[in-house]
Write a protein that binds this ligand. Structure first.
Ligand SMILES: [Zn+2]
Length: 376
């Protein structure tokens, strides 16, 4: 992900740790949500995905009424665009809201972040899928009304509170949970590379020890929990392993990446968005292939590759290009992806050594072949 900045010169030499003010992980939170939100406001404006708006209004609404507080529940209109942000700003103002809450997928949460930012109100984020580490970050991705990427909105701070309700997250389709494991699996390797390179993190400051340490804990937590967690999520139930995996994929990965920095895996992911046949693939699925490619670039120890591949296979993440849905390898497309991943404003520059588009292309081809070799 590219990063705009207002910092110059010496300010970039400082290190940073940025994170949500509060992170809550547990089950059955919706029914008591007003108590969790109370420190931030007493008149909440909820932006909810369609599938959950009624449940949120009845369960969550009861919790507000029982405590003598006010809440308004609005259905999200499918796109995180300026029109939708402005619509919600107006409604939140009309309701007299003093806190904004987003309940849903990434676009809903980003709309809540942006609405709160423009209205100068605290924001509470309640993801309904655990597919990326975006909930905890201080970035919102803004699209046009037609759904084309428009710009990143870099917010001055992270959400005031992120709530991971394991019951809701475990009941979502298992593919989302696996994608989150993929996004979380890469965090340590990218933060490690960025720190070695003395590179810039997502706050555009130097990678900090906490960023690297937390990303390391994220990796260890995934190694220990992701496989049993996946088996539980396939049955739509939550266990301790699910809870610990969610703490890793939503909190540790988000804070680890923002404070520790990204490197090759996400840059390769961004390059891969230029390949039309994989447009519909989940972010975390593409990032997983980006990680295998980064490990080839680093000439990582065999043991490390074995460990990563073991998790990828066991949670059902794509291991090869054909798993990603590439049935015809168009060299021109992939050379272009490699070229894009080395763009100046991307994070390939956070690798501790020089990498050319040729190196990336060769690593992509090799990672695919290594992935194939693990299938038998
Ligand atoms: Zn990511």
């Amino acid at each position: 992900m590219s990063n705009e900045t207002t910092l110059t010169g010496n300010t970039k030499l400082a290190k940073s740790i940025t994170s949500p003010k509060k992170f809550i992980v547990g089950k059955g939170i919706l029914a008591n949500i007003s108590e969790y939100i109370a420190p931030f406001g007493s008149n909440a404006y909820f932006i909810c995905d369609e599938f959950i708006v009624e449940r949120a209004a009845s369960e969550g609404g009861d919790s507000f009424r029982d405590n003598g507080k006010k809440a308004t529940f609005e259905k999200f209109n499918y796109e995180c665009c300026q029109t939708e942000i402005d619509r919600n700003r107006k409604l939140a103002r009309k309701a007299g809201a003093d806190v904004i809450v987003g309940i849903g997928g990434g676009k809903t949460l980003d709309t809540a972040k942006a609405t709160a930012y423009y209205e100068k109100l605290p924001v509470v984020i309640y993801p309904t899928i655990a597919s990326t580490d975006a909930p905890c970050t201080s970035i919102a991705v803004i699209y046009t009304d037609e759904g084309q990427f428009d710009h990143y909105l870099f917010l001055p701070g992270n959400p005031d509170m992120v709530i991971a309700d394991t019951e809701i997250l475990a009941a979502a389709p298992a593919r989302f949970f696996a994608a989150g494991v993929g996004d979380g699996l890469t965090t340590y390797f990218e933060a490690r590379a960025c720190h070695r390179a003395n590179g810039l993190n997502l706050a555009n400051l130097k990678s900090s020890m906490v960023g690297v340490g937390l990303s390391r804990l994220c990796y260890e937590t995934i190694l220990n929990n992701a496989i049993p967690a996946m088996r539980a999520v396939e049955k739509k139930i939550s266990t301790t392993a699910v809870e610990e995996t969610i703490e890793a994929t939503i909190y540790m990965s988000g804070v680890g990446a923002e404070s520790g920095g990204l490197a090759a895996a996400h840059a390769i992911h961004n390059g891969m968005t230029a390949v039309p046949s994989i447009h519909r693939v989940q972010h975390g699925e593409k990032v997983t292939f980006g990680l295998l490619t980064q490990l080839v670039l680093e000439n990582a120890p065999q043991e490390e590759i074995n460990q990563v591949v073991h998790i990828i296979k066991a949670v059902g993440l794509p291991l090869t290009l054909s798993d990603l849905g590439v049935d015809h390898f168009d060299e021109k497309e992939w050379r272009r992806a490699a070229q894009l991943s080395c763009a100046d404003n991307d994070t390939m520059g956070n690798m501790p050594f020089e990498i050319t588009p040729d190196d990336v292309f060769n690593a992509i081809v090799t990672a695919d072949a290594i992935g194939e070799s693990y299938k038998n």
